[in-house]
Design a protein around this ligand. Structure first.
Ligand SMILES: C[S@@+](CC[C@H](N)C(=O)[O-])C[C@H]1O[C@@H](n2cnc3c(N)ncnc32)[C@H](O)[C@@H]1O
Length: 244
């Protein structure tokens, strides 16, 4: 992992910034909230109603399509998959119709606890995306869902993307939220007229592509999760090593 003149990695620099900002603002960061037991307990409510279930089904369908894309590119069927962060095991059962070892990993123990309670036969482990406890190329495919938009530092996102690449042999499926949608433009407008406190942080599609390229990945597709792409910022990107 590259280090700066002070010997710090991008991840360490970002944590120092995070600590400094938390001293000034004690609110938990978007990534920290999942360490709370009540947040973990209520997390699945997001997909409980009919709208939530539809959103969940759309993402699941797009994930399957992205996996097919990776397999067609490599000419191989994936036999192992790392779901990081797996949260409460949202996609742990998605691959049940395939003979595949599925590992779920997450940094928050309460989220893992929920996952393990729901699916006692699945394999879950605590892991930090910054340094995954997996050897190089040890899983066929890694999926990273609902995470990148919570990482506000682009440098840190690239750091995570590199780590995903280190462990996955055939490729990965990345879930991004970009800024090129009516919804995000609306948020920008509200921010400009003072009706919203924070400026929307969604990267542009161009920036998303640049980050992925910078991490040494090659994009195979750009799968809009929603049928009407201008209405939704969610996109799944199957990627392989740039030199593959
Ligand atoms: C929004 S949830 C997404 C979970 C799941 N992928 C889903 O689609 O429901 C974000 C997850 O990222 C986890 N997380 C935060 N920082 C992490 C890190 N450095 N390494 C691994 N997981 C992390 C949180 O604990 C949380 O479970």
């Amino acid at each position: 992992m590259p280090r700066d003149a002070r010997g710090l990695t991008a991840y360490e620099r970002s944590h120092i910034r995070l600590l400094c900002s938390e001293m000034a603002d004690p609110r938990p960061t978007k990534l920290e909230v999942y360490r709370s037991e009540s947040v973990a307990r209520d997390y699945d409510q997001r997909w409980a109603g009919s709208i939530g279930a539809k959103r969940d089904a759309r993402k699941a369908k797009a994930l399957r399509r992205a996996l097919t894309c990776l397999e067609e590119h490599s000419g191989e069927r994936a036999s192992s998959l790392l779901d990081i962060p797996c949260g409460t095991g949202r996609f742990s059962q998605l691959w049940d119709d395939r003979e595949m070892h599925v590992f779920g990993a997450d940094l928050a123990l309460p989220m893992l606890h929920e996952a393990q309670n729901k699916y006692p036969d699945s394999t879950y482990l605590a892991a930090d995306m910054a340094k995954l406890p997996f050897a190089d190329n040890s899983v066929d495919v890694a999926i990273c869902v609902r995470f990148m938009h919570l990482v506000r530092d682009p440098e840190l996102r690239v750091c995570f993307l590199r780590e995903l690449q280190r462990v996955s042999r055939l490729g990965a499926i990345l879930d991004y939220r970009h800024g090129y949608t009516l919804r995000v433009w609306g948020r920008h407008l509200r921010y400009r007229v003072g009706m919203r406190a924070g400026k929307p942080a969604n990267p542009s599609p161009r920036q998303v592509r640049a980050e992925i390229d910078q991490a040494g990945w090659k994009r195979l597709d750009w799968i809009a999760v929603h049928r009407a792409p201008l209405l939704s910022d969610k996109v799944l990107i199957p990627v392989v090593r740039a030199d593959s």
